[in-house]
Design a binder for this molecule. Structure first.
Ligand code: SAM
Length: 268
């Protein structure tokens, strides 16, 4: 009853008709472990027929060829705090992550953001993810494999603090406790004009990273927080949900314009 690690080509997803949750089915035969669902007999699903309703664990599910980004994310095995869709939206939009982009990520964690970045860079883009913890690298690898995005991501088990990049990166994301320690690496990695984002849960971290960015001559620095609230459509009216996804982390965006611009900015 093993979850096979053979390469996947295309992904099958089942979506619960009870709660809408999506689960990725490994493209393998026999009994397979499905993250979040348990062990199921994959053969019993039959050939992929998108839209077909099947019974699994006594409940109805609809089969889809691919569950898209939300389908891929719903099967993530989590360890560390993740960056949720609330923050992924502004990150990819403000960084301009698009097909063919080359993105560096520092702090892979569970690989939740890694999957989203891999999704947006497309088949010909590249994500290079650093994490200094071997266990995190293994977890990101497993989650990427399940989502079918393994080939888009290079995983590096390292703290990149003392590494020099090749000035060929379009965007950089850091989700680590001390991002100000990584600015030298970020500056050598980014193409002049590229944006970076530093995701930090506390205001003290925001202050430290912004002061460091100013000192080192980065441009256009700003910090924002996004708050997410759903609407409840009831029998007698529509109102906002009493619960909301409030604070997760602050997003500090900044732009690297190259060494010459940085020298001028920091001498002013
Ligand atoms: C909060 S988790 C990242 C979660 C991730 N963004 C996600 O959505 O799943 C932070 C990760 O950063 C790693 N980390 C912390 N400092 C680091 C450093 N200087 N270099 C590389 N990895 C680091 C930790 O090992 C941990 O796995």
């Amino acid at each position: 009853l093993l979850f096979t690690m053979t390469p996947v080509k295309g992904i099958r997803t089942v979506v619960s008709l009870r709660d809408g949750r999506a689960y990725i089915i490994p493209l393998a035969e026999g009994h397979q472990k499905v993250q979040g669902l348990g062990v199921i007999d994959v053969d019993a699903l039959g050939p992929i027929e998108p839209g077909k309703v099947v019974e699994l664990c006594g409940e109805p599910f609809v089969v889809l060829q691919s569950g898209g980004l939300t389908g891929a994310l719903s099967s993530v095995e989590r360890r560390a705090q993740i960056i949720t869709l609330k923050d992924i939206g502004p990150i990819v939009a403000r960084l301009g992550v698009a097909p063919d982009s080359r993105v560096v990520e520092i702090g892979g964690g569970s690989g939740y953001l890694t999957i989203a970045l891999a999704h947006f860079v497309g088949e010909n883009g590249k994500v290079v993810t650093y994490d200094r913890e071997p266990k995190a690298i293994e977890l990101v690898r497993r989650n990427l494999h399940r989502a079918g995005y393994e080939s888009r991501v290079e995983l590096v088990e390292k703290d990149p603090k003392d590494i020099t990049g090749g000035a060929d990166i379009d965007a950089l994301v850091a989700d680590v406790p001390d991002p100000w320690e990584l600015l030298k690496f970020a500056e050598s990695s980014l193409k002049p004009g590229a944006w970076a984002v530093f995701y930090t849960p506390s205001m003290n971290q925001v202050e430290s990273v912004v002061r460091a960015l100013r000192k080192r001559g980065w441009h256009g620095t700003y910090t924002l927080e996004t708050l997410e609230r759903q609407m409840v459509v009831g029998e007698h009216g529509v109102r906002p949900s009493f619960e909301m996804l409030g604070h997760t982390g602050y997003l500090t965006f900044s732009r690297w314009l190259g060494n010459e611009a940085a020298e001028r900015a920091s001498s002013n």
